[in-house]
Design a binder for this molecule. Structure first.
Ligand code: GLU
Length: 605
């Protein structure tokens, strides 16, 4: 979950190492550190806090050289302390490592090393490995052999990059379960836990596969299999992400920037070739049982999709949280779709492995090229949303939902549940949707901001909706919790009278996701619930569509959206709720792009 970066340069790499962990800070950010070789010795500086803070304390910007490694940590073993920050040094200070993941048998190894007289500075699992390296090197006097011998002793999930003063020309890297990529430059090479580590410097990348290790020099690299020791030929990818889209572009936070990227994200999702969308729809059509899974926001994307499949293709597929997936009885012939922004989400990856073991056909929607899930699934749709830096997912989630609407539409056609005429109409509406988002973002942001500011003190919210607006309410409540740290609970509006109404009083605020009046039944049911809250003195805020006077009368305050097709009404409300959470968090002074206790791609179990 952390960020790893390494550079080997034929000249001085200047500030590039520091810049690269800055670009990775969103992956983990409780502490960070850098190790470089200078005058034949390892210079290590690390501390707790964000990169700018640590730089001020430790002057990381002065750490230059030709070879170095860096890390931003998201602690799993050992608290957030200076000693526990990475890189970790071996006792003789000749080896330094950065590690992403968990060494599951570290306790036994640590006890063994302690009994052999090794002293530890930290409480991390990682420090065990660096001392195993030192021991192995004493035995073989060969760095590659020592690296392999130490690796043989550890279990768990890890990407590791090793720097040693015994070989100031090369970095030694390994990938198991946690992601690791190489970046190839001119007279310099890079290694990173994701593309952002080196996107500023090169567009040429190699994705490492399971069980591969690398010896990385400034002008050459060797990728080998851990199992056979054989040299492997790897594909070099050209990454076409725009560096600028990784940057904030004048917005105060990545979250807001990424919300404003949404029209473009939808355009990108529209560009995904139709054949790919149809192929996924056919997979659903051809399978005896199909499941959709994700975790956190992507679980809600799957839940929202259920309603689209039902409405457009008259099919019902279960949406499951990836962390619960292994309890499901999966059989040969079943089909499992995984949704993950990073393509590295641990729970989803694990569930996908389980699905494959059970003989299911697998598919995935992911945003990161070369990620583990994208390499694993039989069929993959790259959503092309560009880097999402804010920990809280906005544009990626919207694009995934949009893509699922496209899939549901194709399935509707395959199953002859929608007519050509309607299909065409929906396609046209899809083409226009990005413009509608643009209008809504520009026209509504001031208004949404005012309501969010007026209500930012509210500690308990109920987010309510009927039909597809119910999972939209759940996803929006998650957004609110993540970024404001206030309590928000999403539930079906019809649930109120079955228990939750007892909580209603003036301090309790509700946010209703009101469908357009043309969705008569859903609209009626939502308004009944609004009445129930209002008549008991609760505060009703509502996201409604223009001309809905009945809903407007019931609401204390309402956000009025332009009338759109009922196909896209839920997506538009999702965007408004993202903005609402953003502005509430802004008013509360929260750490919006990096909320406390969270990290971007959750690559640990
Ligand atoms: N398990 C290691 C630690 O706690 C690495 C965590 C990470 O991936 O940042 O230090």
């Amino acid at each position: 979950m952390c960020g790893i970066s390494g550079i080997v340069h034929s000249e001085n790499f200047g500030r590039s190492l520091l810049n690269s962990i800055k670009n990775l800070e969103y992956r983990g950010y409780d502490s960070c550190g850098v190790a470089v070789i200078q005058n034949g010795k390892i210079d290590l500086r690390k501390n707790i806090g964000g990169i700018d803070d640590v730089n001020l304390k430790e002057r990381l910007d002065q750490m230059q050289g030709k070879i170095g490694i860096a890390h931003t940590r998201w602690a799993t073993h050992g608290g957030v302390t200076q000693e526990n920050a990475h890189p970790h040094l071996s006792a003789n200070r000749k080896f330094a490592v950065v590690h992403n993941g968990i060494i599951s048998n570290y306790q036994q190894l640590r006890e063994r090393l302690l009994s052999e007289g090794v002293c530890f500075d930290s409480l991390t699992d990682t420090e065990v490995f660096v001392n195993l390296l030192e021991k192995s090197y004493t035995e073989s006097n060969d760095l590659e052999q020592a690296f392999l011998a130490a690796l043989q002793q550890i279990e768990g999930s890890f990407s590791i990059v090793m720097l040693s003063s015994h070989d100031p020309e090369n970095l030694y890297c390994v990938k198991k379960e946690s992601p690791l990529l190489l970046g190839l430059g001119e007279g310099c090479n890079y290694v990173g836990s994701d593309i952002n580590a080196f996107l500023e410097y090169t567009r040429k990348a190699i994705v490492l596969d399971e069980g591969e290790y690398v010896i990385l020099g400034p002008n050459e690299y060797q990728v080998r299999s851990l199992k056979t020791g054989k040299k492997l030929k790897k594909n070099v990818l050209h990454i076409d992400w725009d560096v600028e889209t990784s940057k904030k572009g004048g917005f105060s936070h990545y979250m807001l920037k990424e919300i404003f990227d949404e029209p473009q994200t939808v355009r990108q999702a529209m560009q995904i070739p139709k054949e790919q969308i149809v192929a996924l729809a056919e997979m659903f059509a051809d399978s005896s049982r199909s499941y959709m899974m994700g975790v956190g926001t992507t679980y809600y994307v799957a839940s929202i999709s259920q309603y689209y499949f039902s409405a457009l293709a008259e099919c019902y597929y279960s949406a499951l949280s990836s962390d619960e997936f292994s309890v499901v009885d999966i059989k040969q012939g079943d089909m499992v779709l995984a949704i993950s922004q990073s393509g590295e989400t641990y729970d989803t990856k694990t569930a996908l492995v389980y699905a494959k073991e059970c003989g299911a056909k697998t598919a995935a929607i992911v945003n990161v090229m070369g990620s583990a899930i994208s390499m694993m699934a039989d069929q993959v749709i790259m959503q092309g949303s560009g880097p999402e830096i804010c920990v809280v997912s906005t544009k990626a989630a919207l694009a995934q939902t949009f893509i699922m609407v496209r899939v549901a539409l194709e399935l509707g056609l395959i199953r002859r549940k929608i007519k050509q005429k309607d299909y065409k109409k929906f396609q046209n509406e899809m083409q226009e949707f990005s413009e509608i988002i643009e209008i809504v973002l520009n026209e509504q942001s001031g208004f949404v901001r005012n309501i969010a500011r007026d209500t930012s003190h509210v500690e308990h919210w109920l987010f309510l909706g009927c039909g597809v607006y119910y999972p939209v309410a759940m996803e929006s409540a998650l957004k609110m919790k993540e970024v404001t740290y206030q309590h928000a609970e999403g539930m079906p509006a019809g649930f109120l009278k079955h228990g939750t109404l007892s909580m209603v009083e003036s301090a309790l605020h509700t946010l209703f996701f009101v469908p357009p009046p043309e969705q008569k039944e859903l609209h009626k049911r939502t308004l009944i619930a609004m009445e129930q809250v209002k008549s008991r003195g609760g505060t009703v805020i509502a996201i409604i569509f223009q001309g809905d006077e009945l809903a407007q009368k019931l609401a204390f305050q309402s956000i009025n959206l332009p009338v759109v097709s009922s196909l896209f009404a839920p997506l538009l409300q999702m965007i408004i709720a993202q903005m609402f959470a953003y502005y509430a968090a802004l008013d509360l002074g929260r750490n919006i792009d990096k909320p406390r206790n969270l990290g971007k791609s959750v690559t640990v179990g």
